[in-house]
Every structure is written in structure tokens, then in C-alpha cells.
Design a protein around this ligand. Structure first.
Ligand SMILES: *Cc1c(COP(=O)(O)O)cnc(C)c1O
Length: 367
């Protein structure tokens, strides 16, 4: 079976094998591993020692995003969210339910937000202390450019929180040149090609300390995560964490280095996404995005007329490919991930599985 959901992703057998061990988080042998992973992730984010810290949190990306919003946006304060996809909607919901005020910037879901649109919205909303941006919108495949949007946020004197969950490890991020970013958040199981279990925020230490005490949740308080490292050291973990996922993360980071680093990985994903985009077009399927708006993480196409979506997903599984079992675009679609420990061979097999599954459902000519 090829796993082509845009997270969790297909992992290398050595990554999974690293988990074959029982360890306590407080074990002396484990602490240096945890510390090392935190240093390496900060470096990958372009973070600076003494300025930025990797603040891990057990659980899924949603929990990390909620923690970042709670930890950096004051209760009752307002944040602007460029709304061009499902993960922007989710961030807005997390913020509202945490008692923060959300200002939605409505945008089409087929292209990235433009810096001038964010600048204009900020000028109309002086009350917004933050802009919360999704770097790679995993519902559709579009990309928002954090450097360009961040420059607009910086000029306006506001702060930024970045959902880099499906981007980190592949798309560029340089926190050293983006002092307006309070935190960039991501998880272990997307472009880092690790297993699920952990989220991470690479955050500014000065801001973490300034904002201490406003999360309103002990579990989701990044300032408390930071405080814990000050009291107990970088190798210490709050509460019981998925130790095995961290052991796997270290091997996954070794594999990223061995591959040649982030840019080489990005090139592999771009080639994967191109192969899917072209392969689906050749089957007569209509891509959801134009080529220039197609990011490297996930490829989304319109469902052909008359498609029984649950039966299609089941047929794909019979043909050896698992994709996301739901869609989040305005028009019905399906999406195939281009990320994980996969290359052009897996992409070709995915296109063939889509072709065969459509034929089984009586839709041989999709267009
Ligand atoms: C996957 C994803 C999330 C949420 O991650 P979970 O681990 O599923 O909670 C958030 N934002 C983006 C952009 C994602 O791709």
C-alpha cells in the first residue's frame, strides 16, 4: 500500500524501526536525543540560538496551532486570517473557541494571498495584533509566501503566527530574517517524513517570555514549555510524550541530511507534484489549480461528474493507494499527496490506480 495522504506520510522503514524500543522520557540516554532534535529543527527553521527556541508539544498539529494562538495572542485580542482554504478556517475556529477575535480576509481558494491584500486589511484593522498565515494550504495545494506576507506584517508593526505544518522541511523558511514571526508551527509527520505524535513551534524567546501567563491552558501553554526547559534543561519533556516518535524523528532528520537537505527534498516533491498534475490531466481530469498556483505538497483535481466518492476511495485502496478520504474545497475534489518517502515510481502507480479505479466505477473517460 502506498500512503499518499498529505500527512501522515509514507515513512522509510528505518524511521519506523527506530521506534522498536521502550524508553521513559526522563531516561538519561533519551534526553540528549530530544535535545539534539530540538536544535536541528531550530536550525532547519533558520532560527538563531539565543533568539529562537524549539518548543515541542505532544499531539496533532491542531493542538500546536491552538497553543501558538493562545500563547502569543492575548485573550480578547484580534488576529487577521487570510481565508484561502480549509486550514485557515480551522485556525479561525481554534482562535474563536480560545476567546480570541478573528478578522477574516476573504480570498479565493485557488491562489496564494498577496502581500498587498494583507497590508490593506491591516490598515483597515488597527486592532489586529497578529496575522495568522497557512504556508501550504493542504486542502487545495496552494502556497502562501510567508516572506512576502511577513514583510507587510513587519511594515505594519504587527506580529505573525505561521502554520507551516505541511510546508516545514520542504518549503523555505528563514526565521532569522523574519523578526515579526512569533512562532512557526509544524508536526513530525508531514515533510519531515517522521511518524505522528508531536508538534513543534520554533518561537522567539523574547516573545515567549513577554507573553507568559496568557494561554489560559496549562497543557497548551508554550511559555510553560519554555519555562520547563529553563528549569529542567532542553532534554526535558513536560508530561508523558511519544518518545518513540522522537526517536523516529532523529532518523528522519538524518535521512533529510543524507538526501541533500531541504532544497533537494523540495525538488523531489516538485517533481512528484508535476507528475501527478500531468498524469491526472492526461486522464482527462480537471486540475483544481492552474500550474502557476500548484504547490509541491498536494495535487487536487475536480471530481468527475457522477463520481461516488466513498466507492472511489475504496477502489483506490484495492488498487494499492490510500488518499485523503475527504475533500475540503468548495467544489467536490480529491487530492493526492506528493510528499513522504515516495518518488516518481509511486506517482506513476498512483495515476494508474486512479485510472483503474475510475474504470471500475464506470467512469473510464473522466472528462
Ligand atoms: C495537517 C495540517 C494541520 C493539522 O495537523 P493535524 O496533525 O492533522 O492536527 C494544520 N495545518 C496544515 C496546513 C496541515 O496540513
Amino acid at each position: 500500500m502506498i500512503l499518499l495522504t498529505p500527512g501522515p506520510v509514507q515513512t522509510h522503514p528505518t524511521v519506523r524501526a527506530a521506534m522498536n524500543e521502550d524508553v521513559a522520557p526522563w531516561n538519561a540516554a533519551f534526553r540528549p536525543v530530544y535535545e539534539e532534535v530540538r536544535h536541528r529543527l531550530r536550525a532547519l527553521a533558520g532560527g538563531v540560538e539565543g533568539v529562537h527556541a524549539t518548543l515541542p508539544l505532544q499531539g496533532a498539529g491542531h493542538m500546536l496551532m491552538e497553543a501558538a494562538i493562545r500563547s502569543f495572542v492575548a485573550p480578547g485580542a484580534a488576529l487577521l486570517v487570510p481565508m484561502n482554504g480549509e486550514y485557515a478556517r480551522r485556525m479561525a475556529r481554534l482562535a474563536r473557541e480560545a476567546g480570541r477575535v478573528v478578522i477574516e480576509l476573504p480570498l479565493p481558494d485557488t491562489r496564494g494571498a498577496r502581500a498587498e491584500e494583507v497590508a490593506e486589511a491591516l490598515s483597515r484593522h488597527p486592532e489586529a495584533t497578529h496575522v495568522a498565515v497557512v504556508q501550504s494550504e493542504t486542502g487545495s495545494g496552494i502556497v502562501n509566501d510567508p516572506a512576502a506576507i511577513g514583510a507587510a506584517v513587519r511594515t505594519a508593526g504587527r506580529r505573525m503566527i505561521l502554520d507551516a505544518v505541511s510546508a516545514f522541511g520542504a518549503l523555505p523558511l528563514d526565521l532569522a530574517s523574519q523578526p515579526e514571526v512569533d512562532a512557526a508551527c509544524f508536526t513530525s509527520n508531514k515533510c519531515l517524513e517522521g511518524v505522528p505524535g508531536f508538534g513543534f513551534a520554533v518561537a522567539r524567546v523574547d516573545r515567549v517570555e513577554e507573553c507568559a501567563g496568557q494561554a489560559g491552558s496549562w497543557s497548551l501553554d508554550l511559555a510553560d514549555v519554555w519555562k520547563n526547559t529553563q528549569v529542567n534543561g532542553w532534554g526535558s519533556m513536560r508530561f508523558t510524550g511519544p518518545v518513540q516518535a522522537i526517536l523516529a524523528m532523529r532518523v528522519a532528520l538524518d535521512r533529510l541530511d543524507a538526501e541533500g537537505g531541504r532544497e533537494v527534498r523540495l525538488a523531489r516533491y516538485r517533481a512528484n507534484a508535476r507528475a501527478l498534475h500531468e498524469g491526472f490531466a492526461a486522464l482527462g481530469l480537471r486540475p483544481y489549480l492552474s500550474v502557476e498556483n500548484q504547490g509541491p505538497i498536494v495535487v487536487t483535481v475536480h471530481q468527475p461528474e457522477g463520481l461516488d466518492f466513498p466507492r472511489f476511495i475504496a477502489a483506490l485502496e484495492r488498487n494499492g493507494v490510500t488518499i485523503s478520504a475527504y475533500f475540503t474545497t468548495e467544489a467536490p475534489s480529491f487530492r493526492v499527496g506528493a510528499i513522504g518517502d515516495v518518488g516518481l515510481l509511486e506517482m506513476r502507480r498512483a495515476v494508474e490506480a486512479v485510472r483503474d479505479s475510475l474504470a471500475e466505477l464506470g467512469l473510464p473517460r473522466a472528462a
